[in-house]
Ligand binder design. Sequence first.
Ligand code: 5AD
Ligand code: SF4
Length: 471
Amino acid sequence: MSDISQARLTPTTRAGSRKVFIKTYGCQMNVYDSQRMGDALANGGYVATETMEDADLILLNTCHIREKAAEKIYSELGRIRDMKAERALEGRDMRVAVAGCVAQAEGEEIIARAPVVDLVIGPQTYHRLPEALARVDKGERVIETDYAVEDKFEHLPRAAKKDIRARGVTAFLTVQEGCDKFCTFCVVPYTRGAEVSRPFAQILDEARQLAEAGVREVTLLGQNVNAWHGKDPTGKSIGLGGLLFALAEIPGLKRLRYTTSHPRDMDDALIAAHRDLPALMPYLHLPVQSGSDAILKAMNRRHSAADYLRLIDRIRTARSDIALSGDFIVGFPGESEADFEATMQLVSDVDYASAFSFKYSARPGTPGAALSDHVSEAVKSERLARLQALLRRQQQAFSESLVGQSLSVLIEKPGRRPGQIVGRSPYLQPVVMRQGVGAIGDIVTVEIANSVANSLIAEGAMHLEPTGMVA
Ligand code: 5AD
Ligand code: SF4
C-alpha cells in the first residue's frame, strides 16, 4: 500500500457557501474516503478549498498504521490551534474535525489532548458527518466512532458527474473494508473492523457511473481486497476474479487494478482474471512482509516463504509480463540477522518492479507490541537501508528494461513543462510524452526512450528535459 502525503478535493468556488479543507494521510482508501466525505459535505453546502487558512472547516483524514503517521496528526493539530486562535482574534470561527484511523483508535485521547478538535469521526460513520457537524454547530464536541449497523456506502451521496470529471480519468473504488487476518503487527483489524464486502450491484453501479463521467481506469480498493466475495446477478457466489470479469464488460472502462492483496486470498479465479482479461493491468501489489518462515509465523501471516514463491510462479505462468510490488517490514520482534537475510534472498528470488518497506513500529493493542525481543532502532535502520538499496536496484533495472519497448499509456494530465503530457504505464510509472500524442483519457502506444528517476520518457519527448516528476 503506498503512502501519500496528502490529497485534496478539487476546489470549486461558490459565493456564500462554507469552505472545507480536507487533508488526507495514509493509503488510497483514505483518498477515496476523503472524496466521499467531500461529496457528503458538498450536499450540505460546503465547497472545497485548497488553502487551510481560508477554511471554515478543516478535516484531517488520518492514518494510524505506524507511530510516525499518528504523531504527525498531533503536530498538525498544534499548528491548527494557533491558526484558530489568530482567526478568533479577527472574530472568525473555524471547525476542526479528525476522521480516519487515528480518530477510530484514539478518539477519546484526541478530544482530551487537542481541545481545538470539535469532531472525531471514524471510518465506519462518514455518512453521519453532516448530522455530526450540525451537533457541533450547537456547541457540542462530538465523538462518532461506533461501528454503524447501517451500510455507510448506501447512505453516502453519489458524487456529481462534474466532480468525478474534475478528479481525472483514473478513480478509486472501495469494494471491501476491514480485515480478519490479524497479522500481529497490524492495527487495521482494530481500526477498520471486520472484513466487509460491498454488494456486487452497488459496485457495478458505481463503476458504471465513473465510466459514464469519463473515468478510464478504476483501482478497486480494500484492506484485503482479494478477500472480496459476493453474489453475481444469477445468485452464484463469486470472488474478486468474478467481479473483475464483470467490471471488464463496462463500456469505457479500459483499465482495472486492485490493491491491497493477501497471498492467501489469491485464488484460481483471480489468477485466471490475470490470464484472460486484457483490461486487468499486469501489475500486482502482493505484500509478503518477510522472507523468514519464523518471522512469517510470528507475524501470523499463515503462509511460508516457499508458499509465496510458488504462488508468484503460478501468477507468472498465467501472465508472464506481470510486474510485482510488495510491502516489507524489517525489525519485527525477534528478527535475527539470518531472518533478515532470508528476506533479502526472497527479494532477490522474486525481483520486484517496485516495493514499500518499513521499520517495524509497535502499535498499541497489537500482539506484536507485547512481544519481547524488540530489535534496536539502529539495527532496524541498518537493515532497512540494505533492503531499500536492493529494492531500488531492482526498480531501476525494471524501468531500464522498458527502454526501447512500446508501452500502452493512459494519458492523465498536462506535464509540468509546456509541450508535455503525462500518463501511466501498465506498471503505474508516470510516462512523460510530447503533447499531441493524444488527449487526456486516450490510451496511446509509445516507445520508451529513457528512464529517469521515477518516470519513463517516451520517444519524441526527450528534448523537453524531463522534470523527474513522480506520482
Ligand atoms: N510497523 C511497520 N509497518 C507496518 N505495516 C503495517 N503495520 C506496520 C507496523 N506496525 C506495513 C505493512 C503493510 C503496510 C500497509 O504497512 O508492510 O503491508
Ligand atoms: Fe493488516 Fe495483515 Fe489485515 Fe493486511 S492482512 S490489513 S497487514 S492484518
